[in-house]
Write a protein that binds this ligand. Structure first.
Ligand code: MCA
Ligand code: AMP
Length: 507
């Protein structure tokens, strides 16, 4: 029987077929071919095996974006390891939790961060280094690992942590089948081919940049302009040579703010994709008016990869909607209490079923069970309805979550840290509209008796514990939090009270 076509195998097949084709086009004008990248993958694989990585072992990475970071991902899959990418913004306290929980065999960090992890050596974990230019211990050896571990569709390929509305962060375990099937569904739906040249400006530690954007390129033999981060000017300069851009809504808000965005600059582009957070219908319309391109909005989650998409062809791309299910995926809207499917048009809880849905939370069987229905549907925590054309609209979130520039922020995590400050009695963290990030984080705090909390002191207090993107952009001190009769804090009322804090283009 032929081995299961994992993302790594599909990439290796492309590398065999077109070794001299450019895979990465870099900002300094250098390019790296498929063949060169496969060689790097084989060298890293040899290093991982020498470090003791065996099938099922976790390989964690907290490094700047580089072609070698993608090679590390592919090398981990090649040897049967489980890839664990971590946001570069995470602080020491956040990293500590992930490492304790996931127990990786190897941790790859930027060279300058290696001293922070020096005391981990000897605990069964090897620390390797990898810098943005490919320097570090990971690529010190020249040996290449020829073998390829034969993985089954259900075997774990990656763990991605998502914070929780309550309690600890959860590691979503994604299988080889999850990654490969979702990638194939997107390639088919968006007509992605070897002729595409993608602008890759997303981070590679999340589903969007790694399992949507990079996987589609790697498995089809396409090329990507691979940027360290999003910069509107750089992206505008690349548009005339590219065919596809994938981004979070902030990318499009920023592009619209630049006069260089014209129909001419987009002449070679065939597709603009937005996701990870809601795209304003007004931005969708403004973008179409400026460029003639209707942005294609799709909907996904760490636990499920992509679920729905607006059509590439054969129907309108409707602003404010996320389209219909991808091939093989089923989506329903149910009454959250009874689990009964609601008639189209009614708002309820969005549930998803399909080969894209993850296998469970790492070492949390009870949590996993509580987020699935008995018939196998996953409860997303998003609220939506299905319109008359069968398109899904996300109308809100059942979960207490803020999405800032495409990064998720769970209020509870910030409230717990703020509440530990001696001047704070209690706090409520909310998301309010923001012209650049879509939403931003605001903290509302109640003083402890006889205390007067200071914004700057509170922000300095939380800094060591929480990544920068989670920090409140405003702190408001109030006498009491609004509560309902059950005593629950009414966050909707707070959001309404502070919705204008960042209103206006100069905010
Ligand atoms: C950076 N900062 C942020 C954010 N990004 N603060 C809040 N929210 C953010 N998203 C901080 C910086 O540390 C800096 O702090 C200050 O804000 C200004 O940074 P700036 O230079 O404006 O930011 P940037 O570097 O240009 O980044 C903004 C960005 C970036 C391009 C929107 O955050 C980004 O690439 N986001 C994409 C996230 C993503 O990939 N999400 C997909 C998740 P200081 O004040 O110290 O200077 S996957 C997912 O959600 C699902 C599966 C899905 O459906 O895709
Ligand atoms: P994450 O946990 O990072 O995977 O974030 C997933 C969440 O992002 C989803 O549950 C949605 O709430 C939100 N999301 C993703 N794509 C969209 C979209 N196109 N429109 C609205 N919300 C989205």
């Amino acid at each position: 029987m032929a081995p299961f076509p994992t993302i790594h195998l599909s990439f290796a097949e492309q590398a065999a077929r077109r070794p001299d084709k450019a895979l990465f086009e870099l900002p300094d004008g250098r390019s790296l071919t498929y063949g060169e990248t496969l060689r790097t993958v084989r060298r890293i694989a040899a290093r991982l095996v020498a470090d003791g990585v065996r099938p099922g072992d976790r390989v964690a990475m907290q490094v700047e974006k580089s072609p070698e970071a993608i090679a590390l991902y592919l090398a981990t899959l090649r040897v049967g390891g489980v890839f664990l990418p971590l946001n570069t913004a995470y602080t020491g306290a956040e990293m500590e939790y992930f490492i304790q929980d996931a127990e990786p065999r190897v941790l790859v960090v930027a060279p300058e961060r290696a001293p922070d992890h020096a005391d981990r050596e000897g605990s069964g974990l090897t620390v390797e280094t990898l810098g943005a230019a490919g320097e570090g211990t990971l690529l010190e050896g020249e040996a290449e690992h020829d073998e390829v571990h034969e993985a089954a569709a259900d075997d774990p390929a990656a763990i991605l942590y998502t914070s929780g509305t309550t309690g600890r962060s959860k590691g979503a375990v994604l299988s080889h089948g999850n990654l490969a099937s979702n990638c194939a569904a997107l390639v088919e739906s968006w007509r992605f081919t070897e002729d595409d040249r993608l602008i890759h400006a997303l981070p590679v530690f999340h589903v969007h940049g790694l399992f949507v954007a990079a996987n589609m390129v790697l498995t089809t033999g396409a090329s990507m302009y691979y940027l360290p981060k999003f910069d509107a000017g750089t992206v505008l300069g690349l548009l005339p040579r590219s065919t596809v851009l994938m981004g979070v809504p902030t990318f499009y808000t920023r592009l619209l703010g630049d006069d260089g965005l014209t129909p001419e600059s987009c002449a070679s582009m065939r597709l603009f994709v937005s996701g990870s957070a809601p795209l304003l219908a007004s931005d969708h319309e403004a973008f179409e008016a400026r460029t003639g391109h209707a942005i294609l909005e799709r909907y996904g989650m760490t636990e499920t990869g992509m679920n729905t998409t607006n059509p590439y062809e054969g129907g309108p791309r409707k602003p404010g909607t996320v389209g219909s299910p991808l091939p093989g995926t089923r989506v329903r809207v149910v009454d959250p209490d009874t689990g009964k499917t609601l008639p189209d048009g009614e708002v309820g809880s969005i549930e998803v079923h399909g080969p894209n849905v993850f296998t469970g939370y790492w070492r949390m069987p009870e949590k996993t069970a509580s987020e699935f229905r008995p018939d196998g549907y996953f409860i997303t925590g998003d609220l939506g309805r299905i319109d008359e054309d069968g398109y899904l609209l996300i109308v809100g979130r059942g979960k207490d979550l803020v999405i800032s520039g495409g990064f998720n922020v769970y209020p509870k995590e910030i409230e717990e840290v703020l509440d530990a400050h001696p001047t704070v009695l209690e706090s409520a963290v909310i998301g309010v509209p923001h012209p650049d990030f879509g939403e931003t984080v605001v903290a509302v705090v109640v003083p402890a008796p006889e205390q007067a909390p200071e914004e700057s002191e509170l922000l300095a207090f939380i800094a060591p514990s929480l990544a920068r993107f989670k920090h409140p952009r405003a702190v408001r001190v109030v006498e009491a939090l609004p509560r309902n009769v059950m005593g629950k804090v009414q966050k909707a009322e707070l959001r309404k009270r502070y919705e204008g804090l960042f209103a206006g283009p100069d905010a």
